[in-house]
Design a protein around this ligand. Structure first.
Ligand code: NAD
Ligand code: TYD
Length: 351
């Protein structure tokens, strides 16, 4: 049985990944380490909180003592690192927290994994680790920078980040690489495209537009709305991470994309139609500084080597996602009003 430390499990992708694991494996133990920043919401995991396979630990990945304690107390053998500051717009106004969480936090986790998994922790030349251990860094296609009208990102595309967010994720990837090269730590890096699906915080494009449509609020489209992203359903992303954990070659990077390149304005129009609103809600606003024009992932490595492929078409994924937000208006209202923060206090502070 694997004991998996999932960092950032109260966020969008992390909570979907925990649901995926509990639905897929009878024998797994999951430790969710999350600091519960504004983006962490334990309501995402309400239905699994009493599952004996699941434990929540409130803590910061930058806190070495907490991370060490989790390794020792639970005997972690697999680490999937999602925790991060993840919103590009916030990184433009407040870069420091991105550097601290995304870079230093990754450094603390790598070092703790090395010390706890090494067969001889005091020997700096030791490259042998306990059998079956693995560190997986959840990264992003944004580390590759922006594409023009043609071409796709492969795993060998040069790293060329453009925002403080993507620069911090790139720095973290380089630390992971360094721990693999210098210490032989068994690692993988996955670089995925833009995710969408249930439990996404409504500051990102798709949930923000759905929320604003339902509230009959204006839809802010940056610049000309012709920036292109390659959309990946979060359930497909979770299955891809699982495939890398089970079959990925040690030390390798795997790109994960949904084969769904869409311009932002197409998505906005699709959401308007799905929610029965018209285009009068669209507002073209000032563009994001340094806005990457186009991302597109070449999936060849993960599909041919690991046999993973995205299962969702964009049409099916978007129809289900819009329906999820319609069916979960209380979740959205709690996020928008900030009431989701009370849930932690009610659940844990008095325990
Ligand atoms: P999110 O912002 O929804 O969740 C981040 C989670 O990390 C939150 O629960 C938050 O409380 C937690 N966290 C933040 N700082 C922490 C700290 N110092 N210690 C412990 N926990 C902390 O993010 P997401 O969209 O779920 O993204 C997860 C990962 O996937 C990130 O590493 C992100 O860079 C990467 N990624 C996301 C996307 C996407 O489209 N959402 C695309 C590519 C890569
Ligand atoms: P976002 O969801 O923030 O993801 P990322 O910046 O990591 O790709 O944005 C997706 C695209 O949507 C991006 O090109 C910026 C654009 N966008 C808007 O046009 N309006 C908005 O209000 C938001 C949040 C994003």
């Amino acid at each position: 049985m694997h004991t998996m430390l999932v960092t950032g499990g109260a966020g969008f992708i992390g909570s979907n990944f925990i649901h995926y694991l509990l639905e897929t494996y009878d024998t797994v133990r999951i430790i969710n380490l999350d600091a519960l920043t504004y983006a962490g919401n334990l309501e995402n995991l309400r239905d699994v909180e009493s599952d004996p396979r699941y434990v929540f630990v409130k803590g910061d990945v930058r806190d070495k003592e907490t991370v060490d304690r989790v390794f020792e107390e639970y005997g972690v053998d697999t680490l999937v690192h999602f925790a991060a500051e993840s919103h590009v717009d916030r990184s433009i106004t407040q870069p420091e927290i991105f550097l601290s969480t995304n870079i230093l936090g990754t450094g603390v986790l790598l070092d703790s994994a090395k010390r706890h998994w090494s067969l001889r922790p005091d020997d700096k030349y030791c490259r042998e680790y306990r059998e079956g251990v693995r560190y997986l860094q959840v990264s992003t296609d944004e580390v590759y920078g922006a594409l023009g009208k043609t071409g796709m990102f492969t795993e060998t595309t040069p790293l060329s980040p453009n925002s403080p967010y993507s620069a911090s994720k790139t720095s973290a990837d380089l630390l992971v690489r360094a721990y693999s090269e210098t210490y032989g730590l068994p690692v993988n890096i996955t670089r995925c495209s833009n995710n969408y699906g249930p439990y996404q915080f409504p500051e990102k494009l798709i949930p923000l537009m759905i929320h604003n449509c339902l509230a009959d609020q204006p839809l802010p489209v940056y610049g000309d709305g012709m920036q292109i992203r390659d959309w990946l359903h979060v359930a497909d992303h979770c299955a891809a991470i699982d495939a890398v954990l089970r079959r990925g070659r040690c030390g390798e990077v795997y790109n994960i994309g949904g084969n769904n390149e869409k311009a932002n304005i197409e998505i906005v129009r699709l959401i308007l139609a799905a929610t029965g609103r018209d285009e009068s809600l669209i507002r073209y606003v000032k563009d994001r500084p340094g806005h990457d024009r186009r991302y597109a992932i070449d999936n060849t490595k993960i599909t041919t080597e690991l046999g993973w492929a995205p299962r969702y078409t964009f049409e099916q994924g978007m129809a289900e996602t819009v329906q999820w937000y319609l069916d979960n208006t209380a979740w959205v209202e709690h996020v928008v009003s900030g009431a989701y923060r009370d849930y932690y206090r009610d659940m844990y502070d008095n325990a």
